[in-house]
Design a protein around this ligand. Structure first.
Ligand SMILES: C[S@@+](CC[C@H](N)C(=O)[O-])C[C@H]1O[C@@H](n2cnc3c(N)ncnc32)[C@H](O)[C@@H]1O
Length: 235
């Protein structure tokens, strides 16, 4: 399904999907910092959901084959997590002793709109990006997932600077950072960077957007002199 997105272009969404698919073999969860209405979050949730379905289908057919071949009961602890919207991502699938981690999606937002600008964010082109703009409630976002029949992600309402260890997954395979402002990108990079798995992907949106100069400044400061074991993609 395609969700209309007034913040991320179709072309950018295609890139995000391609990169997200490329890390489906990498250990860790998916995160989005600055989810707003959840348009990109829905795309990511659908992708993860499909991956789980594919895995379950493959597990099911291999267990059926095994049953046919051995004509004896085969241990099969596959549970139908995906039918329980909202609980899906909390559990693991176990089958014949082999466990596949069900990757979770974690999304973050103030749900109070944009924060105050830093001096690094000042630009005549960016006057429309004001404090309090892009306001949406957490409930509205949650309801969109329920309506779409997709597992509800972990949704955290907080300013990025107030998040602590327990608010984040231990390992991250994919991160989409879309906080628009200097401090928002700086803080999300600080949170995400140390948790990235080798071979994972961090995408920063608006790096080249002249209306949001703070994004480039935060990324450049972060990347300077740092050896990154993950791919940093600047959209
Ligand atoms: C451009 S929108 C995100 C669009 C979304 N990623 C999408 O693809 O549809 C930016 C969001 O980041 C949130 N945000 C920006 N800075 C933040 C911060 N420091 N802490 C929490 N939320 C922040 C805003 O509330 C806003 O909803």
């Amino acid at each position: 399904m395609a969700w209309k997105n007034d913040q991320v272009s179709e072309e950018e969404t295609e890139k995000i999907i391609k990169l997200a698919k490329s890390v489906l073999g990498v250990e860790g969860d998916f995160v989005e910092f600055g989810c707003y209405k959840g348009d990109t979050s829905l795309v990511l949730a659908e992708l993860l959901h499909r991956d789980v379905m594919l895995h379950q289908k493959a597990s099911h057919s291999s267990s059926t084959r095994a049953k046919e071949t051995l004509s004896s009961p085969v241990e099969n602890d596959v549970e139908n997590h995906v039918d329980k919207v909202g609980k899906t991502c909390e559990k693991n699938v176990k089958k014949n002793g082999c466990e596949k981690h069900l990757r979770r999606l974690w999304i973050y937002d103030s749900f109070e709109g944009l924060p105050e600008k830093n001096i690094a964010d000042e630009s005549v082109l960016g006057v429309d990006f004001k404090e309090g703009e892009l306001f949406v409630t957490k409930r509205e976002v949650k309801e969109r997932f329920l309506r779409a029949g997709l597992p509800v992600p972990v949704i955290k309402k907080a300013w990025f600077c107030d998040l602590s260890d327990g608010d984040l997954p231990e390992k991250i395979a994919f991160a989409f950072l879309d906080g628009d402002f200097y401090e928002s990108i700086r803080d999300s990079l600080k949170l995400v960077g140390p948790r990235m798995s080798g071979g994972g992907v961090v995408i920063v949106h608006d790096y080249t957007n002249p209306a949001l100069p703070g994004v480039k400044k935060a990324v450049d400061e972060w990347a300077k002199g740092r050896e990154l074991e993950y791919k940093l993609v600047l959209l």
